[in-house]
Design a protein around this ligand. Structure first.
Ligand SMILES: *[C@@H]1O[C@H](CO)[C@@H](O)[C@H](O)[C@H]1NC(C)=O
Ligand SMILES: *[C@@H]1O[C@H](CO)[C@@H](O)[C@H](O)[C@H]1NC(C)=O
Length: 380
């Protein structure tokens, strides 16, 4: 700010002082002009350095769009996002084969000592997972989450959503705002696939204990974790949990995501996960030739089904849990158990503990379908 004021005032001052010498006037005019151009350039740079929330930045991003000849990203009139910024971040965060690790973050989960800290901590205590952090791109739903992300990681994207204002407070599970947000997220993921990026989508309450990549098969389109795994990786009757999944970018997955998104009109009451469970059996999906693999809970477990094998486990998801506080207690124990295994070879989970209680209670008190309460976002 200081710097920029000085630059603007300097040409004016030098113009006054040299007005006495008429012979120098033309020279001074040139200098004034030069300084004015410099000042304008500085102003532009200055506005460009604004964070995403200021109006100058929004104008600048439209400018980028005009220069690039592409309108800001808009999917079904739901998203108004900065295509240029997103592409830049994806390029920076992705691995050599254009794979990126995506997660989403809101205000409540970004609080100090909340879910996001456990997520980051898991990468640090996991076996060879720390190097994967540089491939994580966090999709932030609000200003606070964005700030917290930038303080910890290099790749953070501010997602401008219609629901952002509501998401600043933990959206009530299965409220219209929550359901909308889940569907918007799906449109966002479809866009990422459509521009050629593969992704591992991970909820922030998934603890990364080992590098999952060696476990993925090369010729699969979608590989998803499960709340419950029936032992048959290609059986559509498994109970998937899309809170951890690896999706390759290709024409089949882009078509499938588009189909999934449009299925919303047929299932207006459903969450994207439940819609997935409906459409996975539909003929158009079979015709697409989409190859879905369900991941074994021994490798990709959760509080619904903790991994039985500490020598295999890659991730532990705080699913089947109601209440953020309970989730935090059990994630803390999860990391302690993992550390104990790494240092003393004690292979025993003391979780779910709080989550188990919350789960039993919620199931006996409320008669809702199991899948409504399954999953990472079953808080509040
Ligand atoms: C951690 O990874 C290293 C190298 O891949 C391996 O030798 C070691 O056994 C692993 N430790 C555990 C506890 O899995
Ligand atoms: C788990 O809780 C203990 C005790 O409250 C705390 O000292 C520790 O930092 C927590 N662990 C993590 C990973 O936050």
């Amino acid at each position: 700010m200081e710097e920029e004021k000085r630059l603007i005032h300097m040409p004016l001052r030098s113009a006054n002082s040299s007005a006495r010498k008429a012979s120098d006037f033309a020279k001074v005019q040139k200098i004034v002009m030069l300084f004015s151009i410099l000042a304008v350039a500085c102003l532009v740079t200055y506005f460009a350095s604004f964070d995403v929330f200021g109006p100058p930045r929004l104008r600048l991003s439209s400018l980028y769009s005009i220069i690039q000849g592409s309108p800001p990203l808009s999917t079904g009139g739901q998203l108004v996002n900065d295509d240029y910024e997103l592409r830049t971040l994806l390029e920076a965060a992705s691995m050599a084969d254009k794979t990126v690790i995506l997660t989403t973050l809101n205000d409540a989960w970004a609080e100090p000592n909340s879910i996001f800290d456990y997520f980051l901590e898991s990468f640090k205590t996991g076996n060879n997972t720390a190097p994967l952090l540089k491939h994580v791109l966090v999709i932030c739903y609000d200003k606070k989450a964005y700030g917290r992300c930038l303080a910890a990681l290099t790749h953070c994207y501010f997602f401008r959503s219609k629901q952002s204002a509501e998401m600043a407070h933990e959206a009530v599970f299965m409220s219209p705002a929550y359901v909308n947000m889940m569907w918007e997220r799906l449109a966002f993921l479809e866009f990422i696939l459509s521009i050629g990026y593969n992704f591992v989508f991970t909820d922030t309450d998934v603890m990364w204990l080992r590098d999952p990549f060696p476990q993925f098969l090369p010729d699969m389109d979608i590989q998803t974790s499960c709340d419950r795994f029936n032992g048959r990786p290609f059986d559509l009757d498994n109970f998937p949990n899309n809170g951890f999944s690896f999706v390759r970018s290709n024409s089949r997955t882009v078509r499938f995501y588009k189909y999934w998104i449009t299925s919303r009109s047929r299932f207006p009451q459903l969450h994207d996960q439940d819609a997935f469970n409906k459409i996975k059996h539909e003929p158009p999906v079979k015709q697409m030739g989409l190859k879905i693999r369900f991941l074994d809970t021994d490798y990709f477990g959760g509080f619904c089904r903790p991994s039985k094998d500490f020598d295999k486990v890659c991730t532990m998801h705080a699913n089947c849990c109601v209440g953020l506080d309970r989730k935090l207690v059990d994630l803390n124990i999860t990391l302690l158990d993992w550390k104990r295994f790494m240092s003393e070879r004690v292979a025993k989970w003391r979780v779910p503990r709080q989550c188990k209680l919350s789960w039993a209670k919620s199931r006996s008190l409320i008669s809702v379908s199991n899948s409504y309460l399954d999953g990472p976002d079953a808080d509040s």
